[in-house]
Design a protein around this ligand. Structure first.
Ligand code: HEC
Ligand code: HEC
Length: 443
């Protein structure tokens, strides 16, 4: 059949969940799945999944509406309902296409988006560090180098960014609920949930003085300047025109849409835990299964719930301030509330907590042993005291109710390792249309 395309569309709230099979045009998400030159691991099939060509093997369309793939045979063996979905849900007005993802990738790596043209999104969200930066607190404008080795520039009056860089891997699933439903327009963003959706989030770093803007222009001028710069580059102009159409294809909304589409394509949903969840009993060791059971039993899952192991809600734990910051970050609502982070891919997202004061997972678990129960804040194991600005009775009840024993620590850490999946798209463009150094000043 020529140019045959079939689509299965399901409307959930304002969202279209689209599964398309594209034969001879490479414009649909299915080609992302199939083409080895695109993003080969975007949508790995679950074990035993029926391989019918380009079908994006997702739940929701054909038989179950569930979160573990469209092959009914898999559902029969589900061992845990927290496996990540195989399908990606995009907003109705920002369909995921190969061309858009690739444009978004270029923008993500192009320092032309920053005031002084030295920082790109990838400076702090780099595949070498699991699309985070491996630092407690990032260095944006004026910095030189990558990851933990990155340093402040000379004569640079711009300090550290206030919070730890989260990964963008699986940000497509931010806000996912216990049933596996995703509402991409509402997806909570940032440690304090102050933005919704990847589209809205993508334009915010451009405005941030420390992250990308610097002294080059005022915050109000940000989008105007960046749009003009991108519009002046023919290669960008043509791509925007082809992908979005219309007269002024290079505009802020389309820049946000392209970057968001790229981020949404960076998915890692085939960890050992996901394979276990879908029915492969041998994907976890007995110790890891014990750790999973203890994780649930001691109360971690009260907040770290659902397929992302986050309720995406705000909680006060009283994590100590990072002394490098020089002030106390009181989080959301001035109550030291921070969002429960996802526990996926922890092997590449440390150091931990909103300000990176948790050096490793043992630090984190010892911190929980310290805040649980009604014990004093300063005794107990580990070296992370409770933030002196946070009263014990402000600490979230679910955290005080934890029942973590000394013996649990190693088993739970062993379980957390099963949530790692580094099989995500790590491609770095060879060049960006501005001709600037790819990724910014990161060499
Ligand atoms: C200088 C470092 C830096 C740069 C550059 C940067 N980010 Fe971030 N990013 C961060 C930090 C830090 C946070 C968390 C900030 C907060 O929560 O207040 C963050 C948060 C995010 C989040 C939210 C993730 C979540 O789960 O909540 C996304 C998505 C994101 N950045 C994408 C981008 C994009 C797209 C760009 C480029 C347009 C970009 N970032 C540029 C450091 C950076
Ligand atoms: C009351 C809700 C709640 C409970 C219960 C809870 N957590 Fe958390 N968890 C959070 C919040 C909120 C943060 C972020 C705190 C911050 O950065 O200030 C966090 C952070 C973490 C981090 C750091 C992740 C990162 O990327 O920075 C890990 C690991 C973690 N928790 C594991 C656990 C484990 C294991 C348990 C059970 C022993 C547990 N949590 C219990 C809410 C909770």
């Amino acid at each position: 059949m020529k140019n045959l395309m079939w689509c299965f569309m399901m409307i959930a709230f304002t969202v279209l969940l689209v599964q398309c099979k594209a034969d001879d045009h490479n414009d649909e998400i299915a080609s992302l799945v199939d083409s080895p030159n695109d993003t080969p691991n975007l949508n790995p099939r679950p074990p035993g999944g029926g391989g019918n060509g380009g079908n994006n093997n997702g739940g929701g369309g054909n038989n179950n509406g569930g979160n573990v793939g469209g092959d009914g045979a898999i559902d029969a063996n589900v061992l845990d309902d927290r496996g990540l979905p195989q399908n990606i849900v995009a907003p109705a007005d920002n369909a995921l296409t190969t061309a858009k993802v690739e444009l978004g990738r270029l923008l993500f790596w192009d320092p032309i988006l920053s005031g002084e043209q030295d920082v790109s999104c990838a400076t702090c969200h780099h595949p070498e560090f699991g699309y985070a930066d491996g630092r407690a607190l990032p260095i944006g404008v004026g910095g030189i180098g990558l990851g933990p080795a990155r340093q402040d520039g000379v004569n640079d009056d711009i300090g550290l960014v206030q919070r730890n860089s989260p990964t963008i891997v699986n940000a497509a699933f931010n806000g996912i609920d216990d049933q596996g439903n995703v509402n991409p327009n509402q997806a909570p963003m940032f440690w304090d949930n102050r933005a919704n959706g990847l589209e809205e989030q993508a334009l915010l770093p451009l405005h941030s003085f420390e992250e990308m803007r610097g002294h080059a222009f005022s915050e109000e001028e940000t989008l105007e300047v960046i749009v003009d710069r991108i519009n002046a580059i023919a290669a960008y102009r043509n791509q925007f025109q082809q992908i979005f159409g219309g007269n002024n294809a290079v505009n802020a909304v389309n820049i946000g849409n392209a970057i968001a589409a790229f981020e949404r394509s960076i998915v890692a949903n085939n960890s050992p835990f996901d394979r276990y969840a879908r029915g492969d009993e041998n994907a976890l060791t007995p110790q890891q299964i014990q750790g999973l059971n203890r994780f649930d039993a001691v109360g971690c899952a009260d907040c770290h719930s659902g397929p992302m192991f986050s309720d995406f809600d705000l909680h006060t734990l009283g994590v100590p301030d990072n002394p490098l910051l020089g002030f106390s970050d009181d989080g959301a609502n001035g109550q030291y509330e921070f969002r429960t982070p996802s526990l996926r891919n922890l092997n590449t997202t440390g150091p931990y907590f909103h300000n990176g004061v948790g050096g490793d997972l043992t630090d984190v678990l010892n911190f929980y042993r310290r805040i649980q129960g009604n014990g004093g804040g300063n005794g107990g194991p580990g070296n992370l005291n409770i933030n002196p600005n946070v009263n014990r009775n402000q600490i979230d009840q679910d955290a005080r109710n934890l029942r973590l024993n000394n013996n649990d620590v190693q088993a739970i850490i062993a379980f957390l390792q099963t949530l790692n999946d580094e099989n995500f798209d790590q491609q770095i463009p060879g060049s960006v249309p501005s001709g600037l150094p790819v990724g910014g000043n990161i060499q």
